[in-house]
Design a binder for this molecule. Structure first.
Ligand code: URA
Length: 326
């Protein structure tokens, strides 16, 4: 264990000397560090607790101090900054929201009434939910699904990105434009479909300055996915789509359970079930954007042909042949 800690210390020193001020630590990483700290604190037999933190055995040459924030019982899920003290020098470590940050998933009670009334109530709830609001950077929006409340098909993506959190609508950026083309390729208008995400906020990363723009995206944590899932279930309950389409691995994990499939390849192109509805798993449009080859387009298109067939949408010969290399 000492060897592992030494290696970690060295790596943090290296990062620090190369100018890094912040490193991401996964929930598992924090849990592992906590376990080490707890074990070594016990072993040292010393009361090594400091204000707001736990310290490794006193006298250890390379002290690692993991500070937890003051109110561990309930904190709004902003990414928290903990100090990892290496050789007596505090290094801020930004930790994404974790199980200990988020309260239990909400219980969503929808009012009676027609679909529009129920959806409006859900929108009000989600957009003003304190946990959702606390998870968006100032000036950015919480995002609920959009589209026809009578849609036969519901597409479910991962999380809002930079464009979506500005406009407050899912899939409006480059991936969204490609999704719109895919939907049109199916012979359907975007407005006839319901489009949502498994997450209602863009998973936060630290910004350089207060009020600054977030650069890049991170995948949601399991706790974030679990927190937002009731909002997605409520949308399904309102819209009552016949079929769901999960776009990408995160949406698939969120719907079908993380750890059920190691790769998206294991799940894609097949029918699964969520909320008593068939779910087709396919690639996320951004997978195609990264490498827009006919082969990849064909893979996703074959999955969509299955959706069209199950939804009894007409399929022309031309549509059957899209992206086939000749
Ligand atoms: N990617 C997603 O998964 N969802 C969006 O809304 C935008 C990009």
């Amino acid at each position: 264990m000492r060897a592992v800690l030494n290696a970690l210390t060295e790596e943090l020193r290296r990062l620090k000397s190369s100018g890094e001020r912040t490193v991401m630590v996964s929930d598992e990483g924090v849990a592992a560090l906590r376990a080490v700290v707890a074990r070594r604190t016990r072993a040292a037999g010393a009361g090594a607790m400091e204000t707001g933190g736990e310290r490794l055995a006193a006298g250890d040459e390379k002290k690692v101090t993991v500070f937890s924030s003051p109110a561990d019982s309930f904190r709004l899920p902003q990414p928290s900054v903990r100090n990892l003290e290496v050789g007596g020098v505090a290094t801020p470590v930004t930790v994404p929201p974790s199980a200990s940050c988020l309260p239990s998933p909400p219980i969503v009670e929808l009012p009676t009434g027609d679909k529009a009334t129920r959806w409006a109530a859900l929108r009000e709830l989600v957009l003003n939910h304190p946990v959702c609001v606390a998870n968006v950077h100032p000036g950015k929006k919480v995002v609920l699904g959009v589209g026809s409340l009578n849609a036969q098909i519901m597409f479910i993506g991962e999380a809002p990105g930079a464009d979506e959190e500005v406009q407050g609508e899912p899939f409006v950026g480059p991936a969204g434009q490609l999704l719109t083309k895919m939907i049109q390729g199916m012979g359907v208008k975007r407005e006839e479909i319901y489009i949502s995400n498994i997450m209602n906020w863009r998973p936060q990363l630290p910004v350089a300055n207060p009020g600054g723009e977030q650069v890049g995206n991170r995948p949601p944590t399991a706790e974030e996915l679990a927190f937002c899932l009731p909002f997605l279930r409520a949308q399904i309950e309102i819209v009552q789509p016949e079929l769901l389409v999960a776009l990408g691995k995160t949406a698939t994990d969120g719907l079908l359970g993380a750890g059920r499939f190691k790769t998206l390849g294991e799940a894609r192109g097949q029918w699964h079930e969520f909320a008593a509805r068939p779910v087709m798993v396919t690639y996320h449009p951004s997978y195609i954007l990264r490498e827009p080859t006919p082969k990849k387009k064909r893979l996703i298109w074959e999955d969509l042909l299955k959706v069209m067939a199950r939804a009894s949408l007409p399929i022309s010969e031309k549509q059957r042949g899209y992206f086939l290399e000749r």
